[in-house]
Design a protein around this ligand. Structure first.
Ligand code: ZN
Length: 262
């Protein structure tokens, strides 16, 4: 009898047993490369689940250091990280090394700009938006549409959250829905109205699920709508399936205005 560990006993056994993943899906997950832009509430939730589920290569990009006010919702960080002022990307990579030594987590401590965004996402199977600002999301949208990389928008503020899966050429992109970026100061931020941990956790869990569908190749089950939720008001909605707008400046006309801006 073989004494080799069997898949059903292993680290990913419960995930492999799930019919949407299976052994073949797990192999694709292990071979996957996911870039997470931002490592706050959404980013820590995402990186945590990506590492636990065995995504082979995870790149985490964030410019900030851990602060005490992050610990309420940023689930990979601890008091020692805040006391040491550890860069978030580095603290996340260190935490993942303790969680799953089989995955390779690369920390990139930098601001995401028009000058570096294409290089940061290039070669990824998909990109996860865990940023806290629209400027970076519009940059990500430009870069991912230009390079043909799926990306998953996520946002949480107050008790609300939103998410959208963007498959360039197949589903609506950010500029199909909102061609012009809303002016800064016109939207709520976590700094002005706060944010509940549960809103962040739900959105990151939703994004992770979409990411796993993409990695395993199950596009039939992708959510092609804008998802909206309010955990305090007990409101969970999704709109109609979204298709690309023919006159979209980005995915329609292939004008990458945010990449072009310096
Ligand atoms: Zn578009």
């Amino acid at each position: 009898m073989s004494t080799q560990p069997q898949p059903e006993d292993g680290r990913y056994s419960r995930q492999i047993r799930f019919q949407g993943v299976g052994s073949a899906g797990q192999e694709r997950i292990s071979a996957g490369h996911v870039v997470v832009i931002g490592c706050g509430g959404l980013g820590t939730g995402l990186v945590n689940l990506l590492a636990r589920s065995g995504v082979g290569r995870i790149t985490v990009v964030d410019r900030d250091v851990v602060e005490l006010s992050n610990l309420q919702r940023q689930t990979l960080f601890e008091e020692a990280d805040a006391q040491a002022g550890t860069p978030k990307a580095v603290a996340a990579a260190e935490a993942c090394a303790r969680i799953n030594s089989e995955v390779n987590v690369v920390a990139v401590v930098t601001d995401v700009t028009s000058a570096n965004v294409e290089e940061l996402v290039s070669g990824a199977d998909l990109v996860l938006d865990a940023t806290d600002n629209l400027q970076t999301r519009y940059l990500l949208n430009d870069a991912c549409v230009k390079l043909g990389i799926p990306w998953i928008y996520g946002g949480a503020v107050g008790s609300t959250g939103m998410s959208l899966t963007v498959i360039p050429g197949e589903t609506a992109c950010l500029r199909c829905l909102s061609p012009a970026m809303p002016a800064s100061g016109t939207t709520d931020t976590c700094a002005t109205v706060g944010v509940l941990a549960s809103a962040v956790v739900i959105v990151s869990a939703f994004q992770w699920t979409e990411a796993i569908k993409l990695l395993t190749g199950d596009r039939d089950h992708l959510n092609r709508t804008m998802v909206y939720l309010d955990v305090w008001a007990n409101d969970f909605q999704q709109g109609e399936p979204l298709t690309p707008a023919p006159d979209c400046p980005c995915c329609g006309q292939r004008r990458f205005d945010f990449l072009a801006a310096s």
